[in-house]
Design a protein around this ligand. Sequence first.
Ligand SMILES: [Zn+2]
Length: 285
Amino acid sequence: MPLVSSKEILEDAYKYRYAIGAFPGHHYEMIRAIISAAEELDTPVIIQTTPDTILYTGIHHLAQMVKTAAENTKIPVSLHLDHGDSFHLVNQCLRAGYSSIMIDGSKLELEDNILLVKKVVEVCHAVDVPVEAELGTIGGAEDNSNVRNREIFLTNPHLAEKFVNRTGIDFFAPAFGTAHGKYKSEPKLDFPLLDDISNRVNIPIVMHGASGISDKDLQKSIQYGISKVNFSTDLKSAFALELRQHLNENPSQENPRKMFITARESVKEIVKAKIKVLQGSKAAV
Ligand SMILES: [Zn+2]
C-alpha cells in the first residue's frame, strides 16, 4: 500500500497501550531488513531517516526506496524525518513524499523552538502530515551533529504542556532519562516525570534512544503513554558485527550481493524482537 501517515497508527497504539517501533533506514539493506521483520509479525512500522542519512543517499532516492517497499507490502509503512534540523528540510521531505515529520528545535530557546515548530505544524498539517517535536535535551551521540555530546536536561512538565498546546504538535518527545547511542551506565528512566508529562499533554509520547533500555522498562513506559519507540544503535551494532564476522570468515567474499545477507538477517531478528516487546501489552489486551 502507499505510505501511511504515522498519526493513525500511533493514535491506535496510544489508545490501546502498545507502541510502534521506529527504525533507521540508513540504506537499502536496513530498509529491507526492517520491512521484512514487520511483515513477518504483520505489524505497522515506521522507517525514519536523519538529515545525515538523507545527505548520504539523497532525499529522492531514499524516499523512492521506502515508497516502493511500502507499495509492495500489505503492512502499513510510514516514512518519518528524524531530528529534522530546518524548515527547509521539512519542506523538501514533504515534496519527496514523507508521511511523518520531526522538527528538532530543542537546542533553541523555548520561544524560538515554539515559533519554529508552529511554522512546521502549519505546513505539515496543510497536507495532513503529523509532526513530532522535542523539548528538553535527549543527550548522546546520534548521527546528527545537533544532538551530539549534549548533556541531558529533563523536560519540565509545565513547559511541556505549554509547548504542546501552543504548537499543536501530534506527538511529543520529552527527555526523561533516555539518551542516544550506547549507554555508559544503566539508564535510569524517570517514570513519575513521564507520567506527569503524559497526563498534561494527552498525545502520544515518543521515546528516543531506546537501544539499551530493558524490555521491562520499555513496557512500563508504554503504560505511561509511550507510543513510538526509536531504535538505532542496536541495529547499527548488529549490522556491523555480522558484516565484520562474515568478511573475516570469508576472506574471498567479493560479491556485493552476498556480503550483506547475514548482516541484514541479524538486523531483521533484532527488529522482530523489539517489535514483540512493544506489542507485548497489546497481546495481553
Ligand atoms: Zn532521537
